[in-house]
Design a protein around this ligand. Structure first.
Ligand code: SAH
Length: 378
């Protein structure tokens, strides 16, 4: 971006290098948190990373059908929770605001839903807040509230959605050695010049965090194994669980990851211009994500007081909610070239070889809610 120093000139790398020189190696989680969320140079903070000109594309950016079906899920869940009544419609990490815009359009099927909803967007990036304002102002006017953290959303009945939010929260990694579990850290390469620092993975010296972080179920994994845990994701899930325990509500988390984790393996990845990039090479300039551990999210939400449903694969869930019928209806009104685009978007979202299997959903809800049948699609 014009004018001042930007992440593109390695400013964040130099800043992290100075911090490592002073304080010692960073946890993978601290490196990831700074690379994505540093107030000046973090990846999300100043840019719009989505779409064909960006680094990656998410489901709502592939097709309006995705947000529409999520919107219908919200309407159905709200009605079944004993609406009508005022409630908070919360989205975590709304990106360009596309999902919320499509969801609200589809939610027009039940005007009472829109009339009772107050929209809250939990977003740390000023650049993306601006994009969200542009997408949602035509629908909501000025009645949009932004927050830095879920904790800042007022108490009350809640419908919450989060698409590709948890995969952007920091993970920590531990590795089994012949002396036990050690946390993986990010250090400087020994021959560093200072102006163009390079980073490498090392193991902590004593294994104290490693043995504390490793889940009991994986303690006996073979030597060399890497295990990932995301205390940050678990904290958010616990907060969601506590909200849903305190007032009626439901939440839908959609992401890529393991259904029955925590799995063994290093899944930290960097994406730049739609291609994989080395994870430590350019902090702030590439998207960094890791597989989401859905079992850990569900367990943390339960600790908070909620119940959980799923995970179910995205292809399955969208099919159960009627995406094929919606695609056919849209295609019937479209030009032949647009109809082809609708068909390929449908494939991308539901085909098991594309997003259909890797992406999954969990629903969280107030205990006692959905007693007759699970939330739609679960
Ligand atoms: N849901 C959108 C965007 C996914 S990308 C979509 O599906 O297209 C991740 C989003 O989460 C971005 O909007 C990013 O700025 C936001 N984000 C990342 N870390 C966050 C945090 N700790 N708190 C709030 N928002 C965060």
């Amino acid at each position: 971006m014009a004018g001042e120093e930007s992440a593109g000139d390695g400013a964040l790398a130099r800043l992290l290098a100075r911090r490592i020189l002073i304080d010692g190696p960073l946890s993978v989680g601290a490196f990831m948190a700074e690379a994505l969320g540093h107030p000046r140079f973090g990846y999300y903070m100043r840019r719009d990373p989505f779409g064909s000109g960006g680094d990656f594309t998410t489901a709502p950016e592939i097709s309006q059908m995705f947000g529409e079906l999520v919107g219908l899920w919200c309407v159905d869940s709200w009605a079944r929770l004993g609406g009508p009544g005022p409630f908070h419609l919360v989205e975590l990490g709304p990106g360009r605001g596309t999902l919320m815009a499509d969801a609200l359009r589809a939610a027009a099927v039940l005007p009472l839903f829109r009339d009772n909803a107050t929209v809250h967007l939990v977003e740390t990036s000023p650049a993306l807040r601006e994009r969200q304002r542009q997408a949602l102002q035509p629908i909501l006017g000025d009645a949009i509230q932004w927050h830095d953290r879920l904790e800042d959303v007022p108490d009350g009945p809640t419908i919450l959605i989060a698409n590709e939010f948890f995969d952007a929260l920091p993970i920590r990694q531990v590795q089994k050695t012949n002396h036990g579990w050690f946390e993986r850290l990010v250090d400087l390469e020994p021959d560093n010049s200072g102006s163009d620092p390079r980073f490498r993975f090392v193991l902590e010296a004593f294994g104290s965090s490693g043995s504390r972080l490793v889940p009991d179920a994986l303690r006996d994994a073979p030597e060399g194994s890497v295990v990932e845990v995301s205390p940050a994701s678990q904290a958010v899930a616990r907060t969601i669980g506590a909200r849903l325990a305190a007032a009626p509500g439901a939440a839908l988390a959609i992401d890529y990851g393991h259904a029955h984790g925590p799995a063994v393996g290093d899944t930290l990845q960097a994406l730049r211009r739609h291609a994989f990039a080395p994870v430590l090479a350019a902090p702030g300039e590439a998207d960094l994500t890791a597989h989401v551990d859905f079992a850990a999210i569900a367990a943390a939400a339960k600790e908070g007081g909620a119940r959980s449903f799923g995970p179910v694969e995205q292809g399955e869930w969208l099919t159960r909610l009627g995406i094929r019928q919606r695609a056919a209806a849209l295609a019937a009104k479209a030009r032949p070239d647009q109809a082809r685009d609708i068909g390929s978007a449908l494939d991308r979202l539901i085909d098991p070889a594309q997003m259909g299997r890797l992406f999954k959903l969990v629903a969280l809800a107030t205990p006692g809610a959905f007693a007759d049948a699970p939330p739609a699609g679960f």
